[in-house]
Ligand binder design. Structure first.
Ligand code: SF4
Length: 345
């Protein structure tokens, strides 16, 4: 353990990328939203200090995946009848276990988790009428290098239903969101995740030409569903060219590009930085998790970061692995390489 390794200048030694770069919807989103955030998360692999909201979302996702298994149908029925997970002991044990795993097991958080799960369960949880098969967390991994198109994408689809209706078979995909806002503006019609998942469906189910996609926002019990447009093959072909461009740009991205498209100071995206300081009630304001300088820990193998943590993890590295303490000097848009605040910050 090199506890004394405080890298005063993070931009001095960009890591070597040796593995193929896999794109995901969230990676592309970060890349397009803020170059500094992208470099911190994906080049330096800083741990994302997730907040209660993100951890609640992870607990909800885990429980929904378990409940979707056919053998748990009775538990689902019991929860629907009771109107809460709390009155179904077998289910509540799982909810509590997942809440503890993500450190959101206090009364307030666990009540919210219960309510969010119920929103998902009450809205065609096992697929629309005519569903013949339902799969949770369906993984996809697509690598294309043909006819000028070149990209690697992967992800996991929360819920995939195969549905038979009067006109044939349709694949119906749902993604659960625990964000505090629904999509608006361009993201209602041009949403990278929706495009990517529909492209994945074309690869996974080439014989099925009809694809539907919706988001279910668990924080909006009255109207949780936002249906996305179904993209035609021609539109998905066009998206493949966009992915090809993104693949090249993201592969050639280095720490030197960290400030190329940073959100700080941008009139549209500046809010992503958050605001340092406290609210009137004394609680800290929300700020970007990569804004402030901090120490972090990485597990290295063959010179590559395998995992990272905010605090020293209680693990013993295997032979060939090393645990190293590092220093992040803060977002380069707000701090210089010695972790000193820039004047305008
Ligand atoms: S603080 Fe702002 S500019 Fe810096 S990484 Fe976060 S969003 Fe990007």
């Amino acid at each position: 353990v090199d506890a004394g390794n405080r890298q005063g200048d993070l931009m001095a030694e960009p890591p070597q990328v040796t593995k193929p770069l896999w794109l995901s919807a969230s990676k592309i989103d970060t890349f397009q939203n803020c170059s500094a955030l992208y470099s911190a998360k994906y080049l330096w692999r800083l741990p994302d200090p997730s907040n209660d909201g993100a951890r609640r979302g992870s607990a909800v996702h885990d429980v929904l995946e378990i409940l979707l298994r056919p053998r748990h149908r009775r538990i689902y029925d019991a929860a629907i009848e009771a109107g809460t997970c709390q009155k179904v002991p077998a289910l509540w044990r799982v909810v509590e276990r997942k809440a503890r795993k993500y450190q959101v097991a206090d009364d307030e958080n666990i009540e919210m988790i219960d309510a969010f799960i119920m929103v998902a369960l009450k809205h065609e949880f096992h697929g629309p009428k005519g569903t013949t098969e339902i799969v949770g967390e369906k993984p996809f991994e697509i690598s294309v290098n043909m006819g000028g198109k070149r990209y690697n994408v992967r992800g996991k689809i929360d819920r995939t239903a195969t549905v038979k209706d009067k006109t044939g078979v349709v694949i119906w995909v749902r993604d659960y969101k625990s964000s505090k806002e629904k999509f608006k503006g361009e993201k209602l019609t041009y949403n990278i995740q929706s495009l990517m998942y529909q492209l994945a469906l074309r690869h996974l189910y080439p014989q099925i030409k009809r694809r539907n996609f919706d988001f279910l926002f668990v924080k909006f019990p009255r109207e949780p569903i936002q249906t996305q447009p179904s993209f035609t093959d021609l539109e998905l072909d066009g998206f493949e060219w966009i992915l090809t461009e993104l693949q090249s740009s993201m592969e050639s991205f280095t720490m030197d590009n960290a400030l190329d498209n940073a959100a700080a100071g941008d009139p549209e995206r500046g809010w992503l930085c958050g605001k340092e300081g406290k609210k009137k009630n004394g609680q800290p304001n929300w700020i970007c998790g990569m804004r402030l300088p901090r120490d972090y820990w990485v597990l290295l193998e063959g010179g590559e970061i395998q995992e990272s943590w905010d605090n020293e993890p209680a693990i013993t590295p295997k032979p060939g692995q090393t645990l190293e303490k590092r220093y992040y000097s803060g977002c380069p848009a707000h701090f210089n390489s010695r972790g000193q605040r820039r004047n305008f910050s």
